[in-house]
Design a protein around this ligand. Structure first.
Ligand SMILES: Nc1ncnc2c1ncn2[C@@H]1O[C@H](COP(=O)(O)OP(=O)(O)OP(=O)(O)O)[C@@H](O)[C@H]1O
Ligand SMILES: [Mg+2]
Length: 377
């Protein structure tokens, strides 16, 4: 039957989704599976704060989509139900979005004082003072979660920010502060100044990649919550878990569940089939790549483009020649961008064969170049 209007099209089929929100990126899962050990370590760090003492600093690290942000969201949610937690002024900051010192302290100000400071005309020292005076008056401990803290290093704010939080007791005796940093690897520690490192001394809490079986459990539970019964078979959840495992990315698995169901709906099917999953897989790979590439700067994208045009395994020297010709930028800048692309897992680098001093690197794209070119301007 040919639809006559949008209304026909929009009401044509019933949905396969019982709760579509469980596939949203900011959904906090009710059941947080396979992370008992990490939760215990995090609880140990926060316990002193419940008694009004300084929390232990923590360094939460591990590859993407291993549940680090979720752990903090669960923790904050559960603290709401603990009466002693009213002693902890707490804030979870996404450093990818808030990458300046003022931006970060504004959010701390909001969490402690109740509102953001004015955007202009207020010196940093005033914002800083307002935070710690209020904490002292209320006898509260401050816990700052700096999520995706790696991002602060692109502009070198990290040391200053950590320092200003950790040294607060020098300026305001009795101030009690703790930081939970979320990063992709412990290399982060080596980028800190000595004086900051010696104050920080975090408990290291590792979030390892999920096994295929763990991914299956998590995806199965998500499908049960999100879809009506019978929409997806266990075999297809397993297939999706295998794709997610191969890419080391649980997020891809969640996205595949969601997109497969939309494709099934589009075909007016009451069930997800293998073809729907395959179609979703082809689409999602490009979409995932786009979300990684789009936020990059013009220079980052230029370097990535040059890499797409070069042979796999091009040496850093050769690549820099091309980059500097196209952009006029320095080697330091080039090296910083290359490191960033590596941290984002867009490229792999290894020491060039035959280079005994270990200074020249060979660079490899981690994604098919045709797919990268689709998402580059
Ligand atoms: N143990 C788990 N149980 C249920 N869902 C999980 C679990 N771990 C992760 N997820 C889900 O996987 C997705 C990614 O998790 P999260 O954002 O916490 O990862 P992350 O480690 O912070 O990743 P990144 O380093 O990229 O920021 C989210 O949708 C989250 O709900
Ligand atoms: Mg995260």
């Amino acid at each position: 039957m040919c639809p006559r209007s949008f209304k026909d099209l929009l009401s044509a089929e019933e949905s396969l989704f019982r709760s579509p929100e469980v596939f949203d990126p900011d959904y906090v899962p009710e059941e947080y599976l396979h992370r008992g050990e990490q939760m215990q370590s995090i609880a140990q760090c926060i316990k002193p704060a419940l008694r009004g003492e300084r929390p232990l600093n923590a360094l939460i690290y591990g590859p993407p989509a291993t549940g680090k942000t979720t752990a903090m969201r669960k923790l904050f949610e559960e603290l709401e139900d603990i009466p002693e937690a009213t002693r902890i002024a707490r804030v979870h900051i996404n450093c990818q979005i808030n990458a300046t010192k003022f931006g970060i302290f504004s959010l701390i100000h909001k969490a402690v004082v109740g509102h953001l400071p004015p955007e202009t005309g207020v010196p940093f020292s005033r914002v800083y003072e307002a935070i710690f005076r209020k904490l002292r008056r209320e006898n509260k401990v401050l816990l700052v979660v700096l999520d995706d803290m790696d991002h602060l290093f692109y502009d070198r704010y990290a040391n200053e920010i950590l320092y200003d939080i950790l040294r607060a007791h020098e300026v305001f005796p009795g101030a009690k502060t703790g930081i939970f940093s979320i990063v992709s690897s412990t290399e982060f520690l080596y980028k800190l100044d000595d004086r900051v490192r010696s104050m920080f001394r975090p408990q290291e809490i590792y979030f390892p990649p999920y096994s295929a079986g763990e991914m299956y459990d998590i995806l199965k539970r998500r499908a049960e919550l999100g879809f009506f019964a019978g929409v997806i078979s266990d075999e297809l959840v397993e297939k999706i878990a295998t794709y997610a495992y191969e890419h080391g990315d649980l997020r891809l698995g969640i996205e595949l569940l969601r997109v497969s169901a939309h494709i099934a709906e589009y075909h007016a099917s009451r069930k997800i089939t293998e073809e729907h999953v395959e179609e979703a897989y082809a689409k999602s790979r490009v979409a995932t790549l786009r979300s990684l590439v789009e936020p990059l700067s013009k220079e980052d994208k230029l370097l990535l483009k040059l890499l797409c045009e070069a042979e796999q395994g091009i040496t850093s020297g050769k690549l820099y020649e091309r980059f500097s010709k196209a952009s006029g930028l320095s080697y330091t800048k080039f090296y910083r961008i290359l490191t960033k692309l590596e941290e984002l897992r867009l490229v792999d680098t290894k020491v060039a064969s035959g280079d005994k001093r270990g200074r020249s690197r060979e660079i490899f794209l981690r994604h098919p170049r045709e797919e990268l070119l689709k998402v580059l301007p």
